[in-house]
Ligand binder design. Structure first.
Ligand code: AP5
Ligand code: MG
Length: 224
């Protein structure tokens, strides 16, 4: 078994820092970020059948059907780049998705090390989301206030000069996404608490401080 093989879930509200931290952990540990939101946005951009089904739902701040998502993630986990471990970012998002994940992992002979909640109160979220942008070329994430590129207008990672903002990143849709989070996603947190793999980090701290907390947790899985 590869030294860094560890499978984790990052949970938390929209704009809570899941994607930011998943990318950092991916680089640090060589485990792959699986973001269902990114997969759906790629499907929308490609104009595929999945994308056509997901587009309006995402723009309304609602959740895409469990069936579509479960199928998508099951196929993704079978890809060779997941063999070294993976970080689930934005999945599971409902209790039926969490139950399906358990069945799926058992069938594939895989285990979860941790389900980690990045806890951020609602008051922080609108500013986090409305300030977010990313590089159009490589997808690196930024924020108008909290994570600016080192050189204004130039991506730190690839030197790209075009940036994009997500269609669902506006104050009105954020409110709906938060409602969906509290009603449908927050119940997965006690689900994992009951399995003793739940860990909680304080997501109101700086990006580096949150990474420090996450690294402490992931390292504990690697030494055990
Ligand atoms: P998805 O793409 O997963 O969106 P989300 O859960 O709403 O989460 P975000 O990506 O908005 O936030 P994040 O936690 O990744 O924050 P980030 O790191 O970017 O899903 C989009 C849609 O797809 C859903 O609404 C739904 O329709 C559909 N969908 C996806 N998965 C689904 C599923 N499983 N089932 C059904 N439907 C599904 O950070 C945000 C900003 O804050 C960034 O600019 C960053 O620079 C900044 N920031 C990050 N951390 C900090 C910090 N500690 N301090 C200051 N700023 C910070
Ligand atoms: Mg994200």
């Amino acid at each position: 078994m590869a030294k860094n093989k560890v499978n984790i879930i990052l949970m938390g509200p929209p704009g809570g820092g899941k994607g930011t931290q998943a990318k950092i952990l991916q680089d640090r540990y060589g485990i792959i970020q699986l973001s269902t939101g990114d997969m759906l946005r790629a499907a929308v951009a490609s104009g595929s059948e999945v994308g056509r089904q997901a587009k309006a739902v995402m723009e309304a701040g609602k959740l895409v059907s469990d069936e579509l998502i479960i199928d998508m993630i099951s196929q993704r986990i079978d890809q060779p780049d997941c063999q070294n471990g993976f970080i689930l970012d934005g999945f599971p998002r409902t209790v039926p998705q969490a139950e399906a994940l358990d069945r799926m992992l058992a069938e594939k002979g895989l285990k979860l090390a941790f389900a980690i909640e990045i806890r951020v109160p609602d008051d922080y979220i609108v500013e986090r989301i409305t300030g977010r942008f990313s590089c159009a070329k490589c997808g690196a994430g930024y924020h108008d206030k909290f994570q600016k590129p080192k050189k204004d207008g130039v991506c730190d990672v690839c030197g790209g000069t075009e940036f994009i903002r997500r269609a669902d990143d506006n104050a009105e849709t954020v409110k709906k996404r938060l409602d969906a989070y509290h009603a449908q996603t927050a119940p997965i947190i006690p689900y994992y608490g009951g399995k003793s793999i739940l860990r909680v980090v304080d997501g109101t701290q700086s990006i580096d401080q949150v990474t420090g907390q996450l690294v402490g947790i992931v390292d504990s899985a690697l030494v055990s």
